[in-house]
Ligand binder design. Structure first.
Ligand SMILES: [Zn+2]
Length: 214
């Protein structure tokens, strides 16, 4: 049995293992407290577009704000976007008692820490997937509302006997605001549709709602 020994060595080991979970999307934060406790937080955004203004959000940063001496939860880091909306990433905080690990064999420390972080990462994967799905559903519902409103205007214009065919065509064209890269409502082969980007930036896919979906 090879005891790992000192608390700084343990912190070093845990930080190395935690580092393996860091990606372009996933933020890993470690906070050691004066009470021989190390906290590891994993955070990741489920969506990269502000839910209010539609602008891109920065990658996830730390979420929980802990007292560095006691580990007490002081609140959350500011997640407010410039428009005022609070866009918090999904996050998970793991508390590791260093005194317990100090009595273990080096291999056991490695396995224990790896297992806990892998389980936490997998739990966060689930939370992120669920939140992405919820945000996608919200966007889809908004698109359906936009499309319904447009179809109602289309019906009004069609029924307006004071307009010439040319004026009606012009009025229909004015209803299209989803051209090119800009999400919105547009016509595809005479069918009205509404589209938006999926809320995760690495995907260039779009969400499309057609008249048949209403
Ligand atoms: Zn915003």
């Amino acid at each position: 049995m090879t005891p790992v020994g000192t608390i700084p060595d343990l912190i070093d080991t845990i930080e190395h293992i935690a580092d393996e979970h860091r990606t372009d999307r996933r933020c890993v934060t470690t906070i050691s407290t004066g009470l021989d406790t190390l906290y590891v937080e994993l955070s990741e955004r489920a969506f990269d577009i502000c839910t209010r203004c539609g602008q891109n959000l920065p990658p996830a940063g730390p979420v929980a704000w802990l007292d560095e001496r006691t580990g007490a939860h002081q609140g959350d880091y500011d997640q407010q976007h410039g428009c005022g909306e609070w866009n918090s990433p999904e996050s998970l905080l793991i508390k590791i008692d260093l005194d317990t690990l100090a009595d273990m064999d080096e291999g056991d420390v490695d396995t224990t820490v790896r297992d806990r972080l892998t389980a936490a990462a997998s739990k966060l994967d689930g939370a992120v997937a669920a939140a992405t799905a919820a945000e996608t559903a919200r966007i889809r519902a908004d698109l359906a509302n936009d499309l319904r409103a447009t179809l109602s205007q289309v019906a009004d214009i069609s029924a307006d006997t004071s307009l010439t065919a040319e004026e009606k065509a012009e009025a229909f064209a004015d209803l299209e605001d989803g051209a090119g890269e800009d999400p919105g409502v547009y016509r595809d082969g005479g069918q009205w549709q509404a589209w938006a980007w999926v809320p995760r930036r690495e995907s260039c896919e779009s969400i499309i709602v057609t008249e048949c979906d209403l």
